[in-house]
Design a protein around this ligand. Sequence first.
Ligand code: ZN
Length: 300
Amino acid sequence: MPVFDQLTHLQFPQLGVKGAYVELRGSLAELPAYGNYRPLAQALLGEALAAAALLHANVKGKSRISVQLQSRSALRLLYAECSESGEVRGLIQSQPGSDAPPLNQLGANAALAITLESRSEGERSGTRYQGLVPLVGERLDQALEHYFASSEQLPTALLLAADAQCARGLLIQKMPSNAAQQLLAEDFDADGWNRTRLLMETLTAAELLAADRDTVLRRLFHEEQLALVDGLRLRFGCTCSQQRVEAMFRGLGRSEAMLALEDGVASVRCEFCDRLYRFDRVDLEALFHPLSQPASDVQQ
Ligand SMILES: [Zn+2]
């Protein structure tokens, strides 16, 4: 039985502020490699997964959000994604025995990106938008907060925290101002954004991690009118499949694919879910035989 985690939308109707809160617990427990990472790398992956879920609160329709960091330092790759069905998955690749350094020490070649892939009903391939996030500050939440404030021009406050059991994230964002609407709304509080942002600044990552959702929200916003709305139910899930591995081999071409055979078996292990796919020579040959090629879904 999958254990679901919950994404919660936060609405401050009088303040022109919206937000989201997420706690990942079951999803991390189900993520096969999560327990194997060094503490800082583990926390970074937990935070990136929480960030992907929080960012998904702002998108509509069939969309997948991913947070990806690559560098030539000890931390080679960080990847976290959240799909429209609430499936989260992620991984870290690092040099053996090394932990994750602060983000602003990853070196000049490090790159952090947020990618939004969205698809309309019935569409096989959709649109892809990627934003490059400058590595400002030591922490992932600092970099993302800076990114939204500068490139998206959406003032944002974001706090992320994770340990071996749990990842939590809290995001608030100033809604695009609509002057006419604000004039019409008698109870609109023009100082709302500044106040909620300052309240957020009183919370540390350690405090976010130590307390549950209602305790944190009550502590910060007990004097504000705040509505909580359930968002995505989240759980660990992987999109790998037999068809996708077959498509990968077809993409390599027959001779390259055959090079993967070791003792007569080509094995592919999914790094996200640890599932093992095995192909013998006959299986591989069949992939390149025109009559056996089904119209399979090769979409990633
Ligand atoms: Zn998988």
